[in-house]
Design a protein around this ligand. Structure first.
Ligand code: NI
Ligand code: MN
Length: 217
């Protein structure tokens, strides 16, 4: 099950990723979002990804998987943390999370470096790229993990945009592509019609979910 809550926030099975809630695309209340969630995963330290992690984690008693530096930061705020780092796998509450690289920064604020940005392979099936530019090792991620579904940022400016995303899909070779991290703010507005056409021509299914819609993939 995959459900998009706007920006980079998704529920994948029992994992809630990057809970930037509410956000300009989503004002669904927490109880509905956390239905069935057993663990939160954070890709990097930026506020549009850490979002309401502390509040949701403490309010619903959910552990948080993140890189080591973010887990130290969250731990100081009383969050139940599961620190890890790139290349590692955590199995927790019936979910499997493997952390993979991303090309991006991760500072939490001007005084708090947040380690390095990452993506996740969730349950050997879904690749959430986090915020990232295009990088050649996506080919390796495709080879090693063969993700069925790729969730990739396409908004540009802070991450890759539509043209790079086409190449990323070519590298990853998933069955399904879902765009994220676009149209949340004016700076990352994108017309994705060309991208959708290019990726469909590669024989990959493109799903543009409605916010809050549960997809059975
Ligand atoms: Ni970011
Ligand atoms: Mn971001």
């Amino acid at each position: 099950m995959i459900c998009w809550y706007g920006h980079a926030c998704f529920k994948v099975d029992k994992v809630l990723i990057d809970p930037f809630l509410p956000n300009p695309l989503c004002n669904i209340e927490y109880p509905k979002v956390v239905e069935g969630v057993k663990v939160i995963a954070v890709t990097h330290g930026h506020s549009d990804h850490i979002g309401s992690t502390v509040e949701i984690s403490k309010g619903y008693n959910l552990p948080v998987v993140s890189n080591h530096e973010i887990s130290v930061y969250l731990g100081k705020q009383g969050v139940n943390t599961e620190g890890m780092n790139i290349g590692g796998t955590v199995e927790i509450e019936g979910s499997k999370l493997t952390m993979v690289k991303a090309e991006h920064s991760s500072d939490i604020d001007e005084n708090t470096p947040g380690g390095v940005a990452a993506g996740y392979i969730i349950n050997d099936r879904v690749y959430h790229a986090g915020d990232t530019g295009l990088f050649g090792d996506m080919k390796l991620i495709g080879e090693i993990y063969s993700p069925k579904v790729a969730l990739l940022p396409v908004g540009g400016r802070y991450t890759m945009g539509p043209e790079e995303a086409v190449k990323a899909v070519e590298f990853l070779n998933p069955k399904v592509f879902i765009p994220m991290h676009y149209n949340t703010f004016p700076l990352i507005e994108q017309d994705i019609s060309g991208l959708v056409k290019d990726i469909e021509e590669m024989g990959v299914k493109v799903v543009v979910p409605k916010v809050g819609e549960s997809l059975h993939i």
